[in-house]
Design a protein around this ligand. Structure first.
Ligand code: GDP
Ligand code: MG
Length: 371
């Protein structure tokens, strides 16, 4: 994708547009000052002109901002799986999320008070952790995917045993498959007399979900969100799937993450929930959050308690945001405040430019007048 205009790139390097155009010509690319070029080309130009380019996101070139260095294998440690619950309306997504939440031993100790922050964690009696996205439904999932964010490691497909496969079940399967996220089938409402789990397994075949009983390798578990039956097996299935995925991250670097929720709250200002993908986020860190920026004033966990830091797969509420982020935006900690400001204002400018419809496409004449 085209990410930066020649003019922008030039100004970010404090070079003249004409020199950038000349560098592009050397690469065999004819461009005008108003034209946009892709990240790979921009990187070559930056290099050509003796500057250093570093990317903050696959779709974005920022100059002088660190973050995309690969982690050495020995720095990677296991992280908790991030799980999203999807399925047809009334099949029990919300009930299941509520029931799973109750098995969190940490909340149990603290008196069971949980906040709605868009994601929560469950610490099992075994000490293992699972992170659940608390926004059931396909919208949140697709909205994030559309912004290039992939936070979900595992999808739990909830299918009511008394209703079987329905239109939104099929839609959820399509979304999960498109995102290449493994599915675990939770056959819910098994407490009901009309429950027919084998019918569910049978019908899933038509949508290329082959559960173990049917000779496939998709994990399936019979549960009841109402009675709690099978929830332990569901958690085991999640941990087993997570093990197969070998989910790892380096906690010892500056934090990167994704915004899962952002809202303006009276008395608190703009509050964003971030799911850290790698690194560790600390109070006092400067950051960019999509087109917004700030300094972490406070971090709160899903129980609403102040914490000093948050590592990989940990959802936290971030206070101290200036601007308006959106779910799916990236979150990157910067070294300095001025870096965060520069990137945020650059992104705001880019957003504004995009809104000006069909910004003057470069013409040959413009190109020559630029030189
Ligand atoms: P959602 O639309 O997928 O979020 O579904 P809900 O969680 O709101 O559940 C829809 C209805 O099914 C509610 O009336 C729940 O009480 C009921 N329900 C959910 N899970 C179960 C279950 O395991 N057994 C029974 N009997 N009812 C359930
Ligand atoms: Mg619901």
């Amino acid at each position: 994708p085209e990410v930066i205009s020649v003019q922008d790139l030039a100004s970010r390097m404090s070079e003249r547009s004409v020199d950038v155009i000349k560098a592009l010509m050397k690469l065999g690319i004819m461009a005008t000052a108003n034209q946009t070029i892709d990240a790979d080309t921009a990187e070559l130009v930056v290099d050509e002109l003796g500057h250093k380019a570093r990317r903050v996101a696959a779709s974005d070139v920022e100059i002088g901002l660190g973050g995309e260095e690969e982690d050495a294998p020995e720095d990677l440690v296991p992280r908790a799986p991030v799980v999203a619950v999807m399925g047809h309306v009334d099949h029990g997504k919300t009930s299941l999320l509520d029931a799973l939440r109750k098995s969190d031993v940490v909340s149990g100790e603290a008196g069971g008070i949980t906040q709605h922050i868009g994601a929560y964690q469950v610490k099992l009696a075994s000490g293992e952790m699972i992170t659940f996205l608390d926004t059931p439904g396909h919208e949140a999932f697709t909205a994030m995917r559309m912004r290039g964010a992939q936070v979900t490691d595992i999808v739990i497909l909830v299918v009511a045993a008394d209703d079987s496969v329905m239109p939104q079940t099929i839609e959820a399967i399509k979304h999960a498959k498109a995102a290449e996220v493994p599915i675990i089938v939770a056959i819910n409402k098994c407490d009901k007399p009309a429950a027919d789990p084998s019918k569910v397994r049978q019908e899933l075949l038509q949508h290329e979900i082959f559960v173990e009983d049917m000779g496939g390798d998709v994990l399936d578990v019979e549960v009841s969100a109402k009675t709690g039956a099978g929830l332990d097996k569901l958690q085991e299935a999640i941990l087993l799937q997570a093990e197969l995925l070998e989910l790892k991250a380096n906690p010892n670097r500056s934090a990167h993450g994704t915004v899962v929720e952002a809202k303006l709250e009276t008395g608190r200002g703009m509050v964003g929930t971030v799911l850290v993908n790698r690194g560790t986020l600390h109070v006092g860190d400067f950051f960019v959050m999509g087109p917004a920026m700030g300094k972490v004033r406070a971090l709160l966990d899903y129980r609403g308690q102040n914490v000093e830091e948050a590592g990989p797969s940990v959802p936290v509420e971030v206070l101290g945001i200036q601007g308006t982020p959106t779910a799916g935006d990236d979150f990157v900690v910067t070294e300095t405040e001025s870096q965060a400001k520069e990137i945020a204002s650059y992104r705001q400018r880019l957003d504004k430019d995009k809104k000006v419809t069909a910004t003057a496409r470069g013409t040959i004449e413009q190109m020559f007048s630029a030189i």
